[in-house]
Write a protein that binds this ligand. Structure first.
Ligand code: TXA
Ligand code: MG
Length: 334
């Protein structure tokens, strides 16, 4: 059996044999790290409370923060949620892809209460990655999967990033699925409110959602009365400080540049996109933050990123990553 052969963290190529093994592990209530088009996920059978509990414990994630449930096709989702016309339109246009829909959960749903943090709603998506689709089909179960990093840390965009995040003794199979093309987590839109509400910006832009639904989408930040579980303040955070919107760098700093004219004078510079392409910047964001996150530098200075299109999602992640540990004491109220 897998656990007897190796009780260690390991990356396996996406072969038939690996998928078979991964499906069996999921069935037995174990965790498997899976590739998606956004970031790698730490997956468990979403109908198994004990398996889902392992996700929270390995990530050290607060249990009031619900998980996104991943499916291979729409028909597999319908038994669990109140499906509606808006969901149908968005699913048709954007799935498989980097969009999560928050819908009302059916009382008859077999999804783990822990996975949904006891809420009456559930976040669902169909990821665009062949390996993971095959795995979900083979396991025959929806998969609860947050990003495969310890809570608050930078999300992983490669199998190797996942491996580095955990203790080598962790019994976790990581499926190799290449570098994540999107690079930042899915857009989350809540369809259970009177007005569709953007809970997390991502690669699917709100204006595209508005165009498909023929109605406005409101931003969570502008609706203070709505309780958003787990929209954690500090997240994606490197170990060294991050300074945003810099116009000058210190010689001991690392620079995360954007555009054709990087600032001069940093100890090391990486450019999110020389040509100023926001999709390219999103795809590079987490990997470059990781590369610069070493005690060799006093901090990471980030040049201004335009706040339109995908820039909204990039600035959302950067804003959370810049928050220092001391500032996170009142997470439960967020
Ligand atoms: O791209 C992604 O979405 C990645 C990949 C692995 O699919 N997953 C991901 O999961 O980013 P995670 O756990 O890091 O972020 C999930 C977010 C949290 O902010 C959580 O609060 C929100 O989704 N969420 C999940 N269910 C929700 C619900 N019922 N209502 C509101 N927010 C929900
Ligand atoms: Mg995450």
């Amino acid at each position: 059996m897998f656990k007897d052969q190796s009780n260690q963290l390991r990356i396996l190529p996406p072969t038939e044999g690996t998928l078979e093994k991964a499906a069996r592990l999921l069935f037995e209530g174990e965790l498997v790290a899976i590739p998606t088009e956004t970031v790698y996920g730490l997956a468990a059978d979403a109908t198994n409370d004990a398996a889902v509990a392992k996700i929270y414990s390995l990530k050290k994630r607060p249990q009031f923060n619900p998980l996104i449930i991943h499916f291979a096709e729409v028909e597999q989702i319908k038994p669990h949620v109140e499906w509606n016309e808006m969901a149908e339109k968005l699913a048709h246009t954007f799935w498989p892809g980097p969009l999560t829909l928050v819908l009302k959960k059916k009382s008859s749903s077999s999804l783990s209460l822990l996975a949904t943090a006891g809420l009456e709603t559930v976040g669902v998506r169909i990821p665009h990655h062949e390996v993971t689709s095959l795995l979900i089909q083979r396991a025959g179960k929806p998969l609860a999967a947050p990003s495969a990093n310890p809570s608050e840390a930078i999300s992983p965009t490669s199998a190797e990033d996942v491996r580095k995040g955990f203790d080598p003794e962790t019994p976790l199979l990581i499926i190799e699925g290449g570098i994540c093309q999107g690079g930042i987590e899915s857009t989350i839109v809540d369809l259970t409110l009177e007005t569709p509400t953007l809970l997390r910006p991502g690669l699917v832009l709100p204006e595209k959602i508005e165009a498909i639904l023929h109605r406005p989408v409101q931003f969570l930040a502008t609706v203070s009365s709505i309780k958003a579980p787990g929209q954690m303040k500090r997240h994606y955070a490197p170990d060294i400080p991050l300074r945003l919107n810099v116009t000058a760098v210190l010689p001991e700093e690392a620079l995360l540049a954007f555009g054709p004219f990087p600032l001069r004078g940093a100890a090391k510079t990486l450019n999110l996109s020389r040509s100023g392409d926001l999709a390219e910047a999103a795809a590079n964001l987490f990997a470059m933050m990781r590369e610069l996150d070493t005690p060799l530098f006093s901090s990471i200075a980030v040049m201004p990123i335009p706040s339109y299109g995908i820039g909204l999602a990039i600035n959302d992640r950067l804003g959370r990553a810049a928050i220092q540990k001391e500032e996170t004491c009142s997470l439960a109220s967020r």
